[in-house]
Design a binder for this molecule. Structure first.
Ligand code: ADP
Ligand code: TRP
Length: 350
């Protein structure tokens, strides 16, 4: 297997500051994944599936946000290993490297180049107001400066590629708003340079909760291992986690997210896997044991092909590395073009 060299259409004249039509090319969608932990079912349903699912309708860019992984205490070897694992999993979930771009952020130096220019367009107060900064900085003793400027790097990631749409979960919405504010200000002060991005909420956007604590989001960090289904969990582990999922003392299966969050979470996961509505599905099961059996089967049905494909791909890390290098190379021309425009506009000699 060798990666092909189809390129994305290079950056056209940027669309209007209001996020207007994308000109000659199609809609361009972009997302970044942070290699800070193993990918889980929430990431698959909330982030990966929505972007992979539209790759034949929209120009798609996915990058491994390894620079973002350095904003909090990290282990170098783990970040490196997770970057390769997540890239392999993106391919295993069906991201088509002939069609879409997949690369590692740090392998495209224009991200950091543009980051600096945007830091010169962002106020300290603006960055300081970000909820995620406030949350994460109170949790840590030694706050890295990069944690404060994280959303500016995220703005650079987005604006670098003249992105039209960024599929984001609620937690990232404020960062996207910052990217829009920075783009608008830069364009107004220095002349039309960046395409105005917009958030794209996934058509169905399930928020998968921790199986052992349905008040918490299933996550790479912060949730429990027992309540998190990782994409590479073997079948028996999936079964155990689902069977031990917290439900409630009731006996009949009904969809009531407020009063019965554990059962509702299972029904939402089932609906996301097999289609249908959680309320409609609830009527099909007479006991929690039956429902859990169905969830095990549905989740395993979704994850099994991904796991098998991952095993196959992981045997040839050279292939994955080539896809990533090829992705960075194909992304380079457009990225250089954006940075050139931004440098000229802001007053640098180039
Ligand atoms: P995590 O919380 O696991 O660290 P991130 O914050 O890195 O995940 O999010 C990566 C992407 O996955 C984001 O688009 C986010 O909205 C989505 N995502 C993360 N957790 C969930 C979840 N439990 N349910 C749905 N989507 C999720
Ligand atoms: N900040 C995102 C997260 O925590 C990851 C990310 C980095 C991203 N750059 C991005 C997402 C650009 C969308 C677009 O999950």
């Amino acid at each position: 297997m060798t990666p092909t060299t189809a390129t994305l259409t290079t950056n056209p004249a940027p669309a209007g500051a209001g996020g207007g039509p994308a000109g000659a090319r199609g809609i361009r969608r972009l997302t970044g994944l942070k290699p800070t932990g193993h990918l889980h079912l929430g990431n698959l349903l909330g982030a990966i599936r929505p972007i992979v699912g539209t790759q034949y309708r929209a120009e798609t860019i996915v990058f491994l946000a390894d620079l973002h992984a350095l904003t909090v205490p990290h282990e170098p070897a783990r970040v490196r290993a997770l970057t390769l694992e997540q890239a392999t999993l993106m391919l295993a979930t069906g991201l088509d490297p002939d069609r879409s771009l997949l690369y590692v952020q740090s392998q495209l130096p224009q991200h950091t180049e543009l980051h600096y220019l945007l830091e010169c367009t962002t106020g300290y107060g603006e960055a300081h107001r970000m909820i995620q900064f406030r949350e994460k900085s109170t949790a840590e003793q030694q706050v890295r400066l990069s944690l404060l400027s994280y959303p500016v790097l995220m703005a650079a990631d987005i604006l670098l590629h003249d992105t039209d749409e960024v599929p984001v979960g609620n937690d990232q919405n404020q960062h996207l708003e910052l990217a829009r504010a920075v783009a608008g200000r830069f364009n107004a002060q220095y002349g039309q340079t960046f395409t105005m991005p917009r958030a794209a909420l996934p058509e169905v956007s399930p928020r998968v909760m921790d199986l052992s604590d349905p008040a918490r989001k299933m996550g790479k960090t912060g949730s429990s291992d027992a309540g998190t289904i990782f994409l590479l969990d073997p079948p028996e582990v999936i079964r155990r986690k689902v069977q031990r999922a917290v439900t409630d003392p009731g006996r009949t299966v009904g969809y009531d997210p407020r009063r019965r969050p554990g059962v509702a979470n299972l029904l939402e996961i089932l609906a996301a896997c097999v289609g249908g509505s959680p309320t409609g599905l609830a009527a099909d099961y007479r006991s929690y044991a039956q429902l859990k059996g169905a969830v095990v089967e549905a989740v395993e049905g979704l994850l099994r092909p991904i796991r098998l494909r991952h095993t196959e791909l992981a045997r040839d890390p050279g292939y994955v590395r080539r896809v990533l290098a090829d992705g960075a190379e194909r992304a380079r021309e457009g990225a250089e073009d954006t940075v050139y425009r931004a440098k000229r506009a802001i007053g640098l000699l180039c």
